[in-house]
Design a protein around this ligand. Structure first.
Ligand code: FES
Length: 373
């Protein structure tokens, strides 16, 4: 950047240099081109405002101490002067633009000096295509009961879940049991709230944090199971806190449908076990059915078994005794599993859900006036 007397032909006048020093990073647009304009360590810099990862707005990020722009979506870094990726990722780079100061004004050459280069990043294992293949039906049990795994207690919903999985194995199915209380996973951190496009499949947290164990739930739901049998207690009229923590992280599966038309869950069945000391079975079931339906699951007839002691009963020891001794609840659970296996078998035979699904009236569908634009 030099102090010439005249601006070069075709360069764009960005404004007076004084006013462009603060904030140290901003997004500017030249026509449809987004540029991240920076002022760091006494120098202006201009690089593409579009991140190499999934297009995050670099000009809306921040500059770290080393002069790298940190993308606000998933924190990839590109140098504010050169556009080159952070150490170790130099083969990833975004275009750089030339700048000149002329008579106290800053000019930008709209023809980029360097080209974008994208390094090959190995896809996350969850990103592979969903392929059910052959083999026996598979039933994934998910217990959402919160408890200290080191000090286990009797959970009525989890006991029935185990009954259901035992029955599934007896029917020739493979089973897996995931207890959310034994998994260490982060709460959804609101990537979707930055932008729908910032919510990715696989989940952004899963890609950023190898220690996060929500990948086991994604693997089970998306790639492994034909039937998901989910068990929850009733907590203050709702499902368990761990259920909601999991559901928020499943936003990426639902969002893949709403913004990318990518349906990850097809020809799969969900069924539920809901037990609690107090009532509200129907409201809990409504939430579970509504959410799993929006993921793409189908349901057997009478898709949940439930039990509650009721509003006036505070004798929870008795509640445990009732469930522990109830052959009727066990039989109901076995029959629910049988219905689910029959439906899953038929879905797999017919591949019923492979057909294109119309979007009209569904979440994130485009209204006619918008579609015409
Ligand atoms: S880090 Fe920039 S879009 Fe993901």
């Amino acid at each position: 950047m030099t102090g010439d007397v005249n601006p070069p032909d075709g360069w764009i006048d960005l404004g007076d240099t004084e006013s462009l020093r603060d904030p140290p990073l901003r997004e500017i647009r030249i026509g449809r081109t987004r540029i991240a304009l920076s002022y760091h360590d006494g120098n202006f810099g201009a690089v593409s405002g579009v991140c190499n990862h999934v297009g995050g707005p670099l000009g809306q990020g921040r500059i770290d101490d080393g002069g790298y722009i940190v993308c606000p979506w998933h924190y990839w870094k590109f140098h504010c002067q050169t556009g080159v990726g952070e150490p170790g990722y130099e083969s990833d780079r975004v275009p750089r633009y030339a700048l000149r100061e002329v008579n106290g004004r800053l000019y930008l050459n709209p023809d980029a000096e360097t080209k974008r280069a994208k390094a090959k990043h190995d896809p996350h294992p969850l990103e592979r295509p969903v392929d059910r293949g052959d083999g026996p039906l598979k039933v994934l049990g998910i217990s959402t009961t919160a408890m200290d795994p080191k000090e286990p207690r009797y959970s009525t919903s989890e006991v029935l879940l185990v009954v259901g999985l035992d029955h599934a194995r007896g029917q020739g199915a493979e089973t897996r049991l995931l207890k959310l209380s034994e998994l260490s996973f982060r709460a959804c951190e609101g990537f979707y709230s930055k932008s729908a496009q910032a919510c990715t499949w696989p989940c952004s947290i899963t890609q950023l944090d190898p220690a996060d164990q929500m990948d086991r739930v994604y693997e089970g739901l998306v790639h492994w199971a034909d039937v998901v049998l989910l068990a929850t207690p009733i907590r203050w009229g709702g499902a368990s806190a761990l259920y909601y923590k999991m559901v928020e992280r499943l936003n990426c599966v639902q969002n893949a449908i709403t913004i990318r038309n990518k349906v990850l869950i097809q020809d799969k069945v969900a069924a539920f076990i809901i037990t609690g000391g107090q009532d509200n079975v129907q409201a809990v079931a409504g939430q579970l059915l509504g959410f799993f339906a929006e993921l793409g699951f189908l349901f057997p007839p009478f898709p949940y078994v439930a039990h509650s002691r009721g509003w006036s009963a505070e004798d929870m020891e008795r509640n445990v005794a009732v469930v522990a001794g109830s052959e009727e609840l066990r039989e109901g659970t076995r029959e629910l599993v049988s219905r689910s296996l029959v439906l899953a078998g038929r879905l797999i035979e017919t591949r019923m859900c492979g057909a294109k699904i119309a979007r009209g009236g569904r979440k994130a569908h485009r209204l006619e006036p918008e579609a015409a634009e």
